[in-house]
Design a protein around this ligand. Structure first.
Ligand SMILES: *[C@@H]1O[C@H](CO)[C@@H](O)[C@H](O)[C@H]1NC(C)=O
Ligand SMILES: *[C@@H]1O[C@H](CO)[C@@H](O)[C@H](O)[C@H]1NC(C)=O
Ligand SMILES: *[C@@H]1O[C@H](CO)[C@@H](O)[C@H](O)[C@H]1NC(C)=O
Ligand SMILES: *[C@@H]1O[C@H](CO)[C@@H](O)[C@H](O)[C@H]1NC(C)=O
Ligand SMILES: *[C@@H]1O[C@H](CO)[C@@H](O)[C@H](O)[C@H]1NC(C)=O
Ligand SMILES: *[C@@H]1O[C@H](CO)[C@@H](O)[C@H](O)[C@H]1NC(C)=O
Length: 474
């Protein structure tokens, strides 16, 4: 955890920022460090997530992505949470579930919560059920207890307990309350999830946070609730509207309007594609035809069985960037090296093409029939402010390995993110929004197994890999 003292380093405003100074002169923000973990198979992980809504935990050795620490109850029980911008409930495992009580102790790394040892626990009802298309997920009780986060206590905080669970990871969903399970499934009113509760309690001034994931070689990142850290991006923040799904703000969809490889545009002119910003997705998923154009531009080898593409690892040295455009002037340049991930086979051997050239996983895969997702291979290059109070996403080019913090508070619901200029003409999405509403978890269902069926890039063949589990090296 960051010491609060670090957060007080308010530097001189550089470019006419609208700073919000609370009464005591300290920005109302709460910053948590994130840790990135090993994922045995990020591709399978993503595919299962996208298909079903959240985490398919039946892969009981699966480690998810960015984690942070909280504790719950009295006395406090330590929990490691998987941070997820793509869902909206906090839920925890409990030691006595069939999964957590297995001899292999799959839940030991993330910790579990025991209701009957907490004096501040209270039962709400047995209608907690995050369920996935294949029937996997977690179900049990909605309860309340005291949530402890970085020295703040949130009493009577509502969350779910997975008495039946197929995911060893506790999940901290920080999306819109309207996307909570009890709203979608039980027709109940939304409750205050973590960002909403922080705002209601005045720990932060409005329901907004900034997410900074360091570069692909680092294992850390941080989330800043209620604030923006100007040391962690370059240029200006530019804000674009969040797109509604069926008239409701449910998920972090924005309109992508173009993609360049170096200085050459890739894909159709006049693109207006709805894309989901999802910290819970390792890879980026784009429409099949656009993905194919990208593969051609980087000479990637598509592996249809796995739905992923490989490139020579030496592409890391290319120095080229891919620029993702949103409504002008919002844009983020992703260095191609940030798109290149090491994979090893089960025996720990590096992958190679049949000519012996080392092969690396490429960070974009075809979306098939699913919505497009900008996952961590994109997000690490972006500084992203998720402003639920104003239904805006503010974006800037990230600054890797930033050091001295320069934290500014995001103001109340009526004021936009400090220093973020709105785009002049926001582009509405012409395609890509989920059709026919949500599947109950709010996420678009239906990544089909061979989601990339339309992409054919015949090229070199990989040597005897991709059978069984691959290991993702961070
Ligand atoms: C979470 O807690 C564990 C155990 O104390 C510690 O090793 C880890 O570094 C912490 N992670 C973060 C992101 O603070
Ligand atoms: C979840 O993982 C299990 C085990 O790998 C698999 O059998 C199941 O089909 C997966 N669920 C989905 C939705 O793909
Ligand atoms: C609390 O629950 C655990 C696990 O189910 C059980 O072993 C224990 O006896 C319970 N303790 C109390 C005080 O009820
Ligand atoms: C949770 O919901 C799923 C799908 O609606 C259902 O199949 C399952 O039985 C439910 N689980 C519990 C424990 O109620
Ligand atoms: C950031 O720091 C990590 C670890 O110290 C280093 O490996 C990486 O190259 C740095 N990244 C940049 C872009 O400077
Ligand atoms: C693309 O990859 C193929 C097979 O690995 C190789 O023969 C060819 O030279 C590459 N082309 C470019 C432009 O890099």
């Amino acid at each position: 955890m960051k010491s609060p003292a670090l957060l007080l380093a308010l530097c001189a405003a550089a470019q006419g920022l609208s700073l919000h100074q609370p009464r005591d002169g300290h920005p109302r923000v709460l910053q948590l460090d994130l840790q990135r973990n090993h994922i045995p198979n990020p591709v399978a992980h993503d595919r299962l997530r996208r298909r079903s809504g959240t985490v398919n935990g039946t892969l009981d050795n699966m480690q998810t992505l960015y984690f942070l620490n909280v504790s719950m109850g009295t006395p406090a029980q330590d929990l490691r949470m998987h941070l997820d911008t793509g869902s909206s409930d906090l839920w925890v495992n409990t030691a006595r579930s069939a999964m957590c009580s297995m001899r292999s102790q799959p839940c030991s790394a993330s910790g579990t919560y025991t209701a009957n040892t907490s004096s501040t626990y209270a039962y709400l009802g047995s209608y907690f059920n995050i369920s996935y298309v294949d029937g996997s997920g977690a179900a049990g009780d909605y309860v309340t207890d005291t949530l402890h986060v970085d020295g703040h206590d949130f009493t009577g905080f509502q969350f779910g307990i997975g008495y039946t669970s197929t995911s060893a990871q506790n999940v901290l969903g920080i999306g819109y309350p309207a996307n909570e399970v009890q709203v979608a499934r039980s027709g109940l009113k939304a409750y205050q999830n973590m960002p909403a509760r922080m705002a209601a309690d005045g720990v932060i001034a409005s329901s907004a946070y900034s997410l900074w994931l360091n570069d692909v070689d680092a294992n850390t990142g941080s989330i800043l609730f209620g604030g923006v850290d100007a040391s962690r991006y370059s240029g200006n923040l530019v804000s674009v509207p969040i797109l509604q799904v069926d008239g409701t703000y449910l998920e972090f969809f924005i309109t992508m309007t173009g993609l360049d490889m170096g200085s050459n545009p890739v894909g159709e002119q006049g693109m207006a594609l709805a894309v989901l910003l999802d910290s819970g997705s390792s890879l980026t998923y784009l429409p099949d035809d656009l993905t194919q154009s990208v593969y051609e531009a980087v000479n990637a080898t598509y592996q249809e069985d796995e739905g992923v593409a490989f490139v020579p690892c030496s592409l890391r040295d290319s120095g080229t960037s891919m620029t993702f455009h949103f409504s002008s002037p919002a844009a983020v340049a992703v260095p191609v090296r940030e798109m290149i991930l090491d994979l090893k086979d089960l025996t720990g051997k590096d992958l190679s093409f049949d000519n012996g050239v080392p092969a690396c996983l490429f960070g974009i895969s075809p979306a098939g029939t699913s919505t497009s997702v900008l996952g961590d291979t994109f997000l690490r290059s972006a500084y992203v402010v998720y402003d639920m109070a104003n239904n805006e996403i503010a974006l800037a080019q990230t600054r890797f390995n930033a050091s001295a913090p320069d934290v500014r508070e995001i103001g109340g619901a009526s004021s936009p993110v400090p220093s973020a200029a709105a785009v002049n003409t926001p582009v509405a999405a012409a395609s890509g929004l989920p059709a026919g509403g949500s599947d109950g978890n709010g996420k678009a269902a239906g990544r089909n197994k061979n989601g990339g069926g339309g992409v054919v890039v015949p090229s070199a063949v990989l040597v005897g890999v991709l059978v069984g589990v691959m290991s993702f090296v961070v």
